[in-house]
Design a protein around this ligand. Sequence first.
Ligand code: G3H
Length: 538
Amino acid sequence: MKELSSFFPEIHQIPDEFNLSNTVIKDKILLNGEMVSFTGDYENVISPVMIKSNGNYENKLIGYAPLMNSEQALDALKSAKAAYNRGQGVWPTMKIENRIEHIEKFLAKFISIRAVTVNLLMWEIGKSFEDSCKEFDRTVEYIKDTIEALKVLDRQSSRFEIKDSIFAQIRRAPLGVVLCMGPFNYPINETFTLMIPALIMGNVVIFKPPKHGVLLYKAILESFAETLPPGVVNSVAGNGPTVISPLLQSGDIDVLAFIGSSKVGNILKKQHPKPNRLRCVLGLDAKNPAIILPDADIDLAVQEVLTGSLTFNGQRCTALKIIFVHNAIEKEFNQKLANAISNLKIGMPWEKGVKITPLPEKDKSNFLNSVLEDAKSKGSKVLNENGGTYFGSLYYPALISPVSQDAELFNIEQFGPLVPVHPFEDMLEPVEHLINSPFGQQVSLFSSDPGKLSEMIDFLVNQYCRVNINSQCQRGPDTFPFSGRKDSAEGTLSVSDALRVFSIRTLVAAKYNDLNKKIVTEITHNRSSNFLSTDFIL
Ligand code: G3H
């Protein structure tokens, strides 16, 4: 393999279509429905891509992002509260079909900014062009599916129910001000899986972009400003404790929608003065295991573990992060997996077919190296050629075995291209680990024996929220429920579940008598209420 440094380009080697000629300055924030100029400090936004110049390598500076202070963050809250207006605002009281029209207008704008957004996504987080396009397009589908799911939900609610001489119309109503924060690995998709359902159900949103993936929100926020009523979406940016703490401490946040670490999730929740009034929708840490039994189809298992553990350099919450392999097949499995890893293309995100790309987190290579060294000091070996070598932000994936239970790598969420294997003889060992693990998102089982699989499925469904058979762990398709037990999540997301998560069942009810019948009939005939309505969305 070439020296890792040689994968980084000189500026003139970047293909024209992907070149960022000017630095992007995110000098506006979305407040009260307008993109307003930001005055204050800025931070440099640098790309994980390093540029070679005169023998030196430096991360490319791609722009500047605002570092708000607490007062500026509280302005966003003021704007959001004014738009919600204690439930009397234009947005929370709007007819659902009109809200849908606004979101459709936003969607059209969003689709029109695909090229610029995908390019920045690639530069900001180092995701391959191919996967950046996929993330964008998956988000478009998510928005379309959400609109359809809401129509279905609304149609089911467009009738009255009668029981015990009481008739009622039961719908879902918004919750209030939602604070939305997505992760850097899917800065658009995961943020939108929170923000779009929150908005379409009538909530207002304060949005903070992830630590990487800030500049790409410039055009997205402009699109929100042009298509939604004032104050419905507001942005904050900067350092978490400075901008997020005052928002939560105000007690005026009704929903915390956060995807990140459980450590930060716990800190955030505790800051709300009235925790009973805070609904939390959280996607947190995961250490999804694969268990490969002696009768597994080894080639299939290798393929699934390869994509499951190394897609986007292992930076997926759903990635396979610990691989239990039975002693009887360990040698063959490891050999085949090591070969498969050496066939992964390494390079810059714009290169066709590239799989291993630069990592966006500061000092990530050093962190991965220290975890790898710790495992080696406890008896592990790197099994693939060049595994664990690195230069700057480019880290060559390492297959490591045997990783002992006392190694850091066995227990932490590495969120990077390290594939730890733990061989086992007795099934009780991985089972014990799964039961005691603090995480509970997903698990992958590899076996050809329906009997053994059934036995494991029946207890694993009480430890994890998705059991995958001879398949890698993954969130998609987005219509499937995505959740986690223990420290992995709070609440369930999917296209339809998210509509429920960001709303509350609310009803208008009346005793069945002539007066009430007359009143309700008049209201529905005159269409004078947006909530109490039998209109059917076609
Ligand atoms: O990082 C978590 C993402 O939601 C993973 O999504 O499993 O469909 O790639 P995915």
